[in-house]
Design a binder for this molecule. Sequence first.
Ligand code: PEP
Ligand code: MG
Length: 569
Amino acid sequence: MVLKGIAASQGIAIAKVYKLQQPVLTISKQEANVEEELAKLEKAFAKTISDIEAIKDRASANLSEEELAIFDAHLMMANDPEMKGQIEQMIKDQSVNAEYATQEVANMMVAMFESMDNDYFKERAADVKDVTFRLQCNIVGAVIPDLTAIDEEVIIVAEDLTPSDTAQLNKNYTKGFATAIGGRTSHSAIMARSLEIPAVVGCKGILEEANHGDMLILDAVEGKVIINPSDELVKEYLEKKAKFEEEKEALKVLVNQKSVTVDGHEVEIAGNIGTPKDVDGVLTNGGEGVGLYRTEFLYMDSENDFPSEDEQFEAYKTVLEHMEGKKVVIRTLDIGGDKRLNYFTFPEEMNPFLGYRAIRLCLDRTDIFRTQLRALIRASAYGRLCIMFPMIATLNEFRNAKAIFEEEKAKLVAEGVKIGDKIEVGMMIEIPAAAVLADKFAKEADFFSIGTNDLVQYSMAADRMSEKVSYLYQPLNPSLLRLIKMAIDGAHKEGKWCGMCGEMAGDELAAPVLLGLGLDEFSMSASSILRARKMIRSLSKAEMTELAAKAIELETMDDVVELVKNSLK
Ligand code: PEP
Ligand code: MG
């Protein structure tokens, strides 16, 4: 069986399916043998306790004491004779099945905790649900997936992967993943590229068709998934995989080369990162800087509260130090839209992508914004820092954000804190209004970075998460190219640099046009850097300038694609 999807992170993998899907239990009341049910319950309690202990054990390397405390709370509950006693009593009194009795007792406990006007007890209700769900699964023999327990080579199959799922992936065993939803610019796709794990997203039907343990070929070059392939197909794909890896290896000669065209025009190719750990990938792939550090992952990984100034400082400092004086563009908090936090309640909005998010939220909650800016300014002493504000729509937003930055900087200087001597303060161009007014913004911003994922979404009015309208993801549409040209020309008019950190920057068909439009910096997933460098080194800037001039006069994206393909021949 072959399913189509979107190749989100290139590569080929062949391994067994690990299905990351919570079991759905349908529990009904049944008459049962008391002795048998009590024995089942006994065994399930023992397994639940050993499961939680094992999870805690595996997590202990990565989590703080505070974060590990949740497992202790669960263990205490699983060891609590009171809860167990009540379930046993119900089995005896009513001769019912163990999973049903567990459900009834759990419902009572949850109702009791939830009725208390106290956050501590409300959290205990969540603990009861967690522990009793695991207990019921153990009674009926259902498996709760646990990414940290994987100890053989697998391909993960899921509806979607959250940032915390991806953070738990063990790269030694996870050979790839396939998700049912998402597009090229969804966050699981972006994470897959930074982890350099092959991934196919938006693969409709995968959850229905693939079973735990099935053999799978993940073709994340062509964007397809083959379930239970024949031996011949496996053989064919093993060869394809070897060839793909050979080509990847051959690109390594470009690691220390410049990104320079045949006629001597130099651009910069940088990497996008989500966590300080991703810096290694950027460096080993020859990235000339970090063009986008998406700091929201730091906030999303934090369990209970916003990360403190010191925690943030450590993360930013680590990145700057590792990049050893190379340029590092750190974006301030871009939360909202599809990116949510456990510990922060967003207002209910009809269109969260058009709502209270990113710089809009930061200018409203300046307490959160100031903490981040202080951490950034302190970290600036350790490298070449560029700070960038996301989702700027108006000049006043930029001015207000910059003014807060200046205030915090002045305070830190007055406190005698050592800071970098030249912090650049720029902005993303991802809202059409900002692109159109780029010449004005460029008088005040030190640089631009074009976020095409959102710029396309907002220009085309097409939700980037929806597969139904994914045909409107058209970065090469002449309308988009004109907006991009406005941004680049606006920056250059004021002597500023213009980069791009949206997924378009790493798209091989877009590179010739972007080079021709005069883009100075291309920032992309680490795994795309060398292929992009190879492409740039094969092109002439003069010829691409002509090509770009023709492209913006065309009518459709297909026209542009054809023009580029012909010129590359
Ligand atoms: C973008 O919008 O292009 C971008 C780089 O930001 P994000 O994908 O994080 O929204
Ligand atoms: Mg964006």
